[in-house]
Structures are given as structure tokens and as C-alpha cells.
Write a protein that binds this ligand. Sequence first.
Ligand SMILES: *[C@@H]1O[C@H](CO)[C@@H](O)[C@H](O)[C@H]1NC(C)=O
Ligand SMILES: *[C@@H]1O[C@H](CO)[C@@H](O)[C@H](O)[C@H]1NC(C)=O
Ligand SMILES: *[C@@H]1O[C@H](CO)[C@@H](O)[C@H](O)[C@H]1NC(C)=O
Ligand SMILES: *[C@@H]1O[C@H](CO)[C@@H](O)[C@H](O)[C@H]1NC(C)=O
Length: 355
Amino acid sequence: MASKYNVALQVVLFCISLVVANSVHFSYPAVFNFGDSNSDTVDAMDLPFLNAYLDSVGLPNFHHGCNYATAGSTILPANAASISPFGFGSQVSQFLLFKTRVHELLAGKKFHEYVPAEDYFEKGLYMFDIGQNDIGGAFYSKDLDEILFLIPTYLLEFESGIKRLYDSGARNFWIHNTGPLGCLAQNVATFGADKSKLDELGCLRGHNQAAKAFNLHLQAFCSKLQGQYLDVNVIYVDIFTIKSNLIANYSKHVFPRCPAGYAAATSVIFIQTYYRRFEEPIMACCGYGGLPLNFDSRVSCGLTKILSNGTTITAKGCNDSSVYVNWDGTHYTEAANQYVASQILTGNYSNTHLS
Ligand SMILES: *[C@@H]1O[C@H](CO)[C@@H](O)[C@H](O)[C@H]1NC(C)=O
Ligand SMILES: *[C@@H]1O[C@H](CO)[C@@H](O)[C@H](O)[C@H]1NC(C)=O
Ligand SMILES: *[C@@H]1O[C@H](CO)[C@@H](O)[C@H](O)[C@H]1NC(C)=O
Ligand SMILES: *[C@@H]1O[C@H](CO)[C@@H](O)[C@H](O)[C@H]1NC(C)=O
């Protein structure tokens, strides 16, 4: 057992060093991340994890940037029904406050090592992954046509936040489009009782159509932004295609846990241990209810609830999350996020090659 463990450890380290050595080279000194809980790809870069802005008690270090993303965030300002009070506009405002504070701290010649250097704000990368909660949330009170009609409003608000960042000196924008929301177990469980609403993969057609429409507008905005200013660098990343491909083709390919292309350099043990197929494209790993979705809106992952008739139900994690694409009904598993990150790093899904 001990020797097997050693092999596993070496393989993990091997993967990590390959990621660093072969990923697209990032020359950004800092990353400022905005969005919802989807924005989980920053760790693919050769930078330390970003401290969350809202977590600024203790001794956080913001030298290499800051994370403004919060779970449940929307592009539109929060309202009474929102999960997160931090819409995109508030995140941008928090960033601008942070920047002002950094200028004060730098002027006072204190805390240099804890905050970004003056020029990091211009040289840094501004990352965005937001929109999923606007669209997903709208389906609870609106039909598809109404949502399609609202999408330009989301984009105007997004554009206004990006403009504020540009005006403050931001130049490098990395913008993720939104994934196939119609394939999330939570949405399928809530809106998919009528099977005619589902496509051949078991995903909600309407939700995916809204996501695609949003992405078309987002892409058009990215092109406009790139054309409008000579000094910006806009990277639009097609997360929708990466995730749809994963869900549609989960069993056809063996998805490596390391970036693609290195299987040949590794041993048979490594391949057996780490090159697993995904087995569940839609069903949640952590939830309650079992097949087909393992999702019950009454009880979220990790929680226990006593029903009115006295029955206790618990949403537990599955035995092996690495064969699931979906973690808790709305988020992807670590294994799926790793696959997504590896696909982003190929550069094949971005309009601009990252360099
Ligand atoms: C699944 O894989 C096939 C073959 O590589 C590809 O043509 C198809 O577009 C993929 N499906 C999706 C939804 O990406
Ligand atoms: C309580 O309600 C749940 C869900 O409606 C049902 O599955 C369960 O059998 C009920 N338990 C009892 C003791 O009636
Ligand atoms: C998890 O593993 C245990 C022990 O092997 C097994 O009894 C149980 O049925 C498994 N649970 C699931 C959800 O596969
Ligand atoms: C990128 O896409 C091209 C064309 O589809 C493909 O040949 C190549 O293998 C892809 N690169 C990676 C690293 O996946």
C-alpha cells in the first residue's frame, strides 16, 4: 500500500509541474476576479489563490489580486429575492474602493507586500464569469420569450461595469460565457417534469437556448469592446461549448485529470488510477433522492431536514465524485472543473490566443 501511495503522490506532482510548464504562459502580475461561484479557474494559473475581498479579516494578502466573486451573484443589482447582495455593479464598486485604498497605502509607504503595486492594475488580468444566475433565476418567474427580451438589459449592466473598470485603468479582460444551464440537475428537477421540454441529453431546451442567446450578446459585446479601444486585450472563452461537449460525450472519451496529451509519458498504473471516465453527466453527486437526478430542492448538499411527517432526509455526497460532472445540482465537481480548466488552457476555446 505504501508504495502505491508513493506512485500516486509522484503522479500528482508530475501533473502539477506539467500544468505549470506547458500551460499557456501567463505574464499577468495580478488577477482581479469577478462573478459568481462558477469562477473557479484561477488556480490554473501560476499564481497563488486569490484572497476573497469579503474575507479581509486576519491577514489576507492582495499582492497578486483579489477575488470579488460571490456565490449566487447576478449581473443585475440584487433585489429582495436575490441569494447574494453583491451584483456585478457592487463588485466593481468594491474593486474601485479597494483600488483607492491601495493608493493610500502605497502613498503611506506601508504594506507594499500586501497590496498590488501601482502598475499591477493596468497590467493585471480582469476575469469575469457571471450571468448564469440572472438567466437561471429568471425562469422561476418568466417564460423563455420574456427572458430573451431581458438579455440585452443584462448586457447593458455588464457593459457599464466593464466601462467603469476600463476608466479606472483595466486593460486585460478575460470573459467566460455561460454554461449549459439546462443541464444542471437543479434546473432539470425544477422545470423538467414535462419530458417534452428535454433534449436528447436530458437537458432543458429553453434554459440552454437562453444561455446561448446570452452568449451571442456577450460575444458581440466582447468584439465591440475590442474594436472600441486600441489598448484593450479581450479574451472571450467559450465555456458553453466545453461543458456541453463534456456532458454530451462524457463516456466516449477518457478524460485525463492532467492536461491533454501527456498520457503517453505516464505509466499504466497512472492511466488506470487517474484517467477515469465520467459516468454521470447530469445527476448530482451530493444530494437526495437517488436516480435519475439525486436532487431535492428541500434539502441542499450536506444538510439534513425533518419533513412535516417526521421523516428525516439528508443530502449526502456520493462515493466517488470524480466520475460525476455535477457536484450539488448547480456546481460542477472538482474533476469536471479540472477538465474545463484543461480545455481552456488549450487555447482552442478562446477567440484570442492567450499569450
Ligand atoms: C461530441 O463529440 C462528437 C465527436 O467528437 C462531436 O462531433 C460533438 O460535437 C460532441 N458533442 C457536443 C455537444 O459537443
Ligand atoms: C413522509 O413523506 C415523505 C415524502 O413525502 C415520504 O417519502 C415518506 O414515506 C413519508 N414518511 C412517512 C412515515 O409517512
Ligand atoms: C457507497 O459505498 C458503499 C460501500 O461500498 C455502498 O454500500 C454504497 O451503496 C455506496 N453508495 C452509493 C451511492 O453508491
Ligand atoms: C485544438 O483543436 C484542434 C482542431 O480541432 C485539434 O486538432 C487540437 O488537437 C486541439 N488542441 C488541443 C490541445 O486539444
